[in-house]
Design a protein around this ligand. Structure first.
Ligand SMILES: [Zn+2]
Ligand SMILES: [Zn+2]
Length: 278
């Protein structure tokens, strides 16, 4: 069985630029080296102008070019000297009609991961932390499927975060996510068991991280569906602080996967990036 001490690669990693994380790229690189990682993927929240009226918790495009890419270079070089492969990535929402923006970013990166934190409802964007109804969940599922089909993303982050604001989702709500899981199987995109959701119940709410039913995400019922569909899971820190890159929540994440009966991969296969310019 895989244990957290065997967690040797992490692809969902934030840095200070998103304004709600701490640490520079090189701080995460040093932490990864300390834990004998083979691979560290940095994936801070992407600049995306469509989200500007809704949230400031991401780097600007200017910061992407003038700070992020330089920090990534520094991290890649530092890692190389210590036997750690560092990959350049971003966590990003998907919205239609912005292909040029995706191509511009991918020109400088190795991979993107899909973290859909906003969805279009009527004529505005709504935070996934505020979803309430079955219709909301269906819209969320559709938007995620569009993102998966875009071909830009190598991993689906925390799909069950859509239940954040719903204490007891109905069976129908869970079932509305089944097409997302099926799409991941079809496109061979792993689904993330997000350790940040596990971490947060303990650190923010004082609940036991050993009690799966205390999580707002990952939700056990959703992961039973993942097991039923035979989709692939990957345990990720979603680190917003270097010291949680390989913490207790990672360990519980692997136990959770085992208890849910889902198959876990530890290394991510990136989607082909034909836009890469270097
Ligand atoms: Zn974040
Ligand atoms: Zn994240």
């Amino acid at each position: 069985m895989t244990k957290f001490k065997d967690h040797k690669a992490n692809y969902h990693t934030h840095i200070w630029l998103c304004r709600h994380a701490s640490g520079r790229v090189v701080d995460y690189v040093k932490e990864a080296i300390k834990h004998n990682f083979n691979i560290l993927g940095i994936s801070d929240h992407a600049p995306f102008h469509v989200l500007d009226p809704y949230s400031q918790y991401r780097m600007t495009l200017d910061e992407f070019y003038n700070i992020y890419l330089h920090e990534l270079d520094e991290g890649v070089n530092y890692g190389k000297k210590h036997g750690l492969t560092v990959y350049r990535g971003l966590e990003m929402e998907y919205f239609e009609g912005y292909d040029e923006h995706f191509h511009d970013l991918l020109a400088h990166l190795d991979y993107l991961i899909l973290g859909q934190h906003y969805i279009p409802i009527k004529d505005r964007l709504v935070s996934v932390y505020a979803l309430k109804t079955l219709d909301d969940i269906k819209i969320y599922a559709n938007q995620v499927i569009k993102g998966l089909r875009s071909g830009y993303f190598s991993m689906l982050c925390h799909p069950d975060v859509c239940f954040w604001g719903i204490k007891n989702p109905t069976d129908e709500m869970y079932e509305a996510l089944r097409p997302v899981i099926k799409e991941c199987v079809k496109l061979n995109i792993p689904i993330e068991i997000n350790a940040n959701g596990i971490r947060r119940v303990e650190l923010e709410e004082g609940l036991s991280a050993r009690d799966y039913n205390s999580y707002k995400y990952p939700r056990p019922k959703f992961w039973q569906m993942v097991a039923e569909e035979g989709a692939t899971a990957i345990v990720e820190s979603d680190a917003h602080d270097p010291k949680v890159l390989n913490d207790f929540a990672i360990e519980i994440g692997y136990e959770f996967a085992k208890d849910m009966g889902v198959k876990v991969i530890t290394e991510l296969e990136f989607k082909e990036n034909i836009y890469k310019k270097r």
